[in-house]
Structures are given as C-alpha cells and as structure tokens.
Design a protein around this ligand. Structure first.
Ligand code: NAD
Length: 314
C-alpha cells in the first residue's frame, strides 16, 4: 500500500483548510482526516474517528493506512485551556508524546506540530519579538506549547525524529470557525459585520497582535514540511509573521466595505492573555531557512474575507 498523510484534529479551524489543500496537492486518498468528532462539511476522502489520547487506536489507524507523515492539530486553545488547565496540559502534551513516540519507534517518518506566539510572555520584548528571547508564558496554553517545543527539539537531537514546527500567530479564515483562542475576534468581527453591521469586541481597541491570513498559514505549513530536512535548522519551532493590527485597524478596514459597521468594546478575561503576547514577530529565520514569505496584508486579507463571507454568511 502506498504511503499516506494523517491529519489529527482535522475538523478544526486549521484542519478543515489544511486537509483540503493537502488533498489538492497529493490526492484525496493520500490524506486521511481524523478527529474526535465527525466533520461538519462533506470531505472528499477518508475520515477516521480518533481520540489522540488513545495510543492503540492511533497505532491501528497508522498501520491500516500506512501513514508516514502526521500533522498533529488536536489541542485545547488559549481561552479554552484557561478554563480547564489540567485537561489542557494532558491533551496538549500527551497528544504530542503519542505522535513523537511513533516516529522514535520508526513507524512514521515526519511530523508537523504547531506551536504558537503564546510561548512568549509578559517579560518578552513585544515589538519584533526575536526567535531567541525571554520566554516566560503565563497561560497554561503557552506553558504547554513551550514544553512541547522543548520536547520536539529533544526528540530530534536524541532520536533523530524529523519534527517541524511553526509558532502560528492568530489565524483568520472564512472556511471554518475558530476553536477558542484569544485572537478569535478577528474572525468573528467579519461574520458579525456582514450579519448585523456591528460587533462587540472582547479586547480593547489598541490591542495589537500578530495575525495571519489562513491561506498564508496553510502555505507555510506545507512549505516547511516539503523543505529538505537539512534546511530545517530549528527543531523547537520557527517564528512566523504575517500582519500585526488592533481591533480599531480592522474595524476601519471593514468600514470601507460596510460603511454602517460599528464596533464597541467590552474587555473580558482574554484581554489579560492578549496583554502578555507580542505585538509583532521577527521571522528572519523562516525566511532564510525555508524561503518563507507572506502574501496577504490587512487590505488584501479583509477584501478576500468579505468577498467570500458575503456568499456564505446569511
Ligand atoms: P481547533 O480547536 O479549531 O481544532 C482542534 C481540533 O482538534 C477540533 O476539531 C477538535 O475536535 C479536535 N480534537 C480535540 N480533542 C481531540 C482528541 N482528543 N483527539 C482528536 N481530535 C481532537 O484548533 P485550530 O485553530 O485548528 O488549531 C490547531 C492547532 O494549531 C493547535 O495546536 C493550536 O494550538 C495551533 N494554533 C492555532 C492558532 C489559531 O489561530 N487557530 C494559533 C496558534 C496555534
């Protein structure tokens, strides 16, 4: 049987779009989607129900489909993790160990595991945050991502595991809804603008955060996995930058298309999480090592979101 790719957590915000693009590039039958819950949209290819914490079930699926590459996306995100810290730690860490150990045992060849800008904390320089800097995350999500990065590097150095990782900024797309992160507002604002011409934002107007359009994130994910192994010099996780903006900036952009749109602000617990994160990211290493460049800026991303969402949101 020919080798396949397994995406774990495929029904989520990133998985939905990543599976589609991987199938475009490698063929529908080459990409096995899997999630603890059934997908909402019809997907043109194999799907398996998988709880990533169940090692036996994971091994069975890997053997059944001759899986050689895994994209591990299942996780509890920043806002949800704060509500259930112990479970977040269990899911975010044990999912990673289950996959890293498959590679250590020689059963699979390559892993993609995403980290996040949440690995940084209040003591990190916030502007143009360097690849190597102070990292004292203050959220359980950030702590789990930072520990995950250390384990990825450790498995690469000790056991030669080919694991590749990106510190995603907040991701914005129209094909799927976000799953409980602090940057979710930047997706919801488009939906509410089209439906109700107004939005109440849970972050204050000047909260500038690093973000990226989903098309760029998917491009980066597949690009880092396709790069020759010797080009991947960082085995913890690469900084990745797209667009930095605050709620006021995005609201002004939306007003160009929907002049009656208005935004109001009511901070909640996510403000404190956002205040501990960088405002912009230095991704020189990604550019140098595997030729990363983003295609979308705030203007082109907003135009594309509105054009596509107008056909979807009613
Ligand atoms: P999401 O919450 O939208 O999707 C996660 C998926 O994992 C869901 O479909 C969920 O059903 C599934 N899942 C949960 N528990 C599972 C289990 N036990 N077994 C199998 N599947 C399970 O998340 P996302 O936004 O797609 O994020 C994917 C990855 O990218 C995560 O590691 C996240 O930390 C990281 N990330 C995302 C962002 C972002 O802005 N979306 C930013 C930084 C990092």
């Amino acid at each position: 049987m020919s080798e396949t790719i397994l995406v774990i957590g495929s029904s989520g915000q990133i998985g939905t779009e990543l599976v589609e693009e991987l199938r475009n590039q490698f063929g529908n039958d080459k990409v096995i989607a899997s999630d603890i819950k059934e997908p909402q949209n019809v997907q043109n290819g194999p799907f398996e129900v998988l709880d990533i914490l169940n090692k036996e079930q994971l091994l069975k699926i890997v053997e059944k489909h001759n899986v050689k590459e895994i994209y591990l996306l299942a996780a509890l995100l920043s806002a949800t993790a704060e509500k259930n810290p112990e479970f977040a730690w269990e899911l975010n860490m044990n999912s990673l160990f289950n996959v890293l150990n498959l590679a250590k045992d020689g059963i699979i060849k390559k892993i993609f595991w995403p980290s996040s800008i949440a690995v940084f904390g209040p003591t990190t320089p916030r502007e143009n945050t360097p690849q190597y800097t102070i990292m004292e995350p203050s959220t359980v999500y950030g702590i789990s991502k930072q520990a995950g990065e250390r384990w990825c590097e450790y498995y690469n150095e000790k056991y030669g595991v080919d694991v590749r990782s990106i510190r995603y900024p907040g991701l914005i797309g129209y094909k799927s809804l976000p799953g409980g992160g602090t940057t979710d507002y930047a997706v919801d604002i488009f939906h509410q603008a089209i439906k109700h011409q107004k939005y109440e934002c849970f972050l204050n107007k000047s909260t500038r955060l690093p973000m990226m359009y989903m098309a760029d994130a998917i491009k980066a994910t597949i690009q880092i996995m396709q790069a020759p192994s010797e080009n991947i010099k960082i085995r913890s996780s690469y900084n990745l930058a797209g667009i930095s903006f605050n709620p006021e900036d995005i609201s002004s952009e939306i007003k160009k298309y929907i002049p009656s749109f208005s935004i109001s602000y009511k901070e909640d617990f996510r403000q404190k999480i956002a205040d501990s994160w960088p405002q912009s990211i230095d991704d020189t290493n990604s550019k140098k090592d595997w030729n990363w460049y983003p295609e979308y800026n705030l203007e082109s991303m907003s135009a594309d979101m509105i054009k596509n969402l107008k056909n979807i949101v009613t």
